[in-house]
Design a protein around this ligand. Structure first.
Ligand SMILES: Cc1ncc(COP(=O)(O)O)c(C=O)c1O
Length: 440
């Protein structure tokens, strides 16, 4: 029999419907920003001011009538770079160079430097970066890649798309990342690579993964989609995107460094792998119309590269603010004096967490989700179903009980609103709504 949480309705009906997010979103924006994305006068805190207060009073009154707190706000910080972005847009329109070109090369160089990798290759999405990484290593039918079962679909999906077998590994309970101690028993003569994922912005145990990979001569494909800027030590030059043989970033708009469409990056220190990936990015051709291998169209638009290049210098500041938001949640939860064990806060264990998400563990997660949805507090569940029990992977024979930690965590995780512009008043509203749930 299937567990209740494998039914999409179980969690989805408990989540704020998409339309609701959009509406909440719209109202918050109207308060927080003018048409140019600048904070409305006197309201930098004003999301803060009106929206936050309304949310707080809605929560306090238990009426659910407050404006709420959106899970995301992609335009709140735009005033910091909007003029530069519009200048780039105009220049690109006038240039006629819309795909690849010098703006892409400039961003690739800046990003390689930021991550501490030797080469960076701009691609069409994080998913395509993963696919291209595996194509570059020649992974295909008969090969196996070890992937954490608790991750976004693309991590495992890309392995299967190439005809290889994703071998799903359970996770560490405290970090939600691949449990290094469980990797070795999964290794077979067919294993080609390990794919650590830095979930929610916290690094996987990369020294541990590297040690296992070295012992068994395996490649590492790093899925760093959620963790740009995370470093093992603050002073390290190398960070997420520079730990494996081939390393993948996503610039999906909600990511800590987000484009205004799809974009991604493949990074490596290896000259030969870089050259191969570069050819595969454009159908394996060099020169034009002479094809050395069968690649794909994995090109990045000049527009996305230019936007990301404009945003990159702000990333350290945004990350610092995300960390401040996380610290404030911790203080507010401590002050809320919830019943012992009611919520478990994220554990920082591996280097500097960049808080792509701030994720709680809550035993009565779906009931709390419903409670927060009624109060228009935007929360998310990333991810309700681990990959080993996804329907599309049934052919691999995975079943409930194979990865017990991930199965439990999938039923407990709850991501709270998290973005650099989130105000203290909004956070108070979020925590007050959660405290109210545990008082009921
Ligand atoms: C862990 C992880 N891997 C891969 C991806 C795929 O990135 P994209 O959405 O840019 O294709 C994402 C982003 O959604 C992700 O979070």
């Amino acid at each position: 029999m299937e567990a209740a949480w494998l039914d999409p309705q179980a969690t989805l009906t408990a989540t704020v419907p998409q339309g609701e997010y959009t509406r909440t979103f719209g109202r918050i924006h109207a308060v927080a920003a003018d048409a140019a994305g600048r904070p409305a006068h006197g309201k930098a805190a004003g999301m803060a001011g009106s929206a936050g207060t309304a949310a707080a009073s809605g929560v306090a009154g238990g009426s659910g009538a407050g404006v709420g707190v959106p899970a995301l706000n992609l335009v709140a910080g735009m005033h910091a770079y909007r003029d530069a972005l519009l200048r780039e847009l105009t220049a690109i329109c006038d240039s006629g160079q819309y795909i690849l070109g010098e703006r892409v090369a400039r961003f690739e160089a800046a990003l390689a430097d930021y991550c501490g990798a030797r080469h960076a290759l701009g691609v069409s999405s994080g998913t395509d970066a993963l696919l291209l990484a595996m194509m570059t290593l020649g992974i295909g039918p008969g090969d196996e890649v070890i992937v954490p079962t608790f991750t976004f679909f693309a991590s495992g999906g890309c392995v299967a798309r190439l005809g290889a077998k994703p071998v799903f590994c359970d996770i560490d309970e405290s970090t939600f990342n691949i449990d290094v101690a469980r990797i070795e028993p999964l290794i077979t003569p067919r294993t080609r690579a390990i794919m650590p994922v830095h979930l929610y912005g916290q690094l996987a145990d990369m020294p541990g993964v590297r040690a296992v990979a070295k012992r068994h001569s395996l490649r590492i494909i790093e899925d760093a989609a959620q963790a740009i800027g995370a470093r093992l030590a603050a002073s390290d030059r190398r960070g997420a995107g520079a730990f494996g043989d081939l390393n993948c970033l996503s610039f999906y708009p909600t990511k800590n460094l987000g484009a205004i469409g799809d974009a991604g990056m493949l990074l490596t220190d290896d000259d030969a792998l870089f050259e191969r990936a570069r050819l595969l990015r454009t159908h394996g051709e060099s020169p034009k119309y002479y094809h050395h291998m069968i690649g794909g169209n994995f090109r990045i638009d000049a527009l996305q590269a230019a936007i990301l290049h404009v945003k990159l210098p702000h990333l350290e500041d945004w990350t610092a603010r995300r960390r401040e938001v996380a610290a404030r949640y911790r203080t507010l939860f401590a002050q809320a004096e919830l019943p012992a064990g009611a919520v478990r806060l994220p554990v920082e264990r591996c280097g500097s967490h960049v808080y792509h998400q701030f994720v709680l563990r809550v035993e009565r997660r779906d009931a709390l989700l419903r409670h927060l949805a009624e109060r228009k507090i935007g929360c998310g569940v990333y991810y309700p179903v681990p990959l080993h029990v996804q329907k599309c992977f049934a052919y691999l024979g995975g079943k409930l009980g194979d990865c017990p930690v991930a199965e439990r965590i999938a039923s407990e995780v709850l991501a709270l609103p998290m973005y650099p512009e989130l105000t203290e008043v909004q956070q108070q509203a979020v925590v007050a709504a959660i405290a109210e749930f545990f008082r009921e």
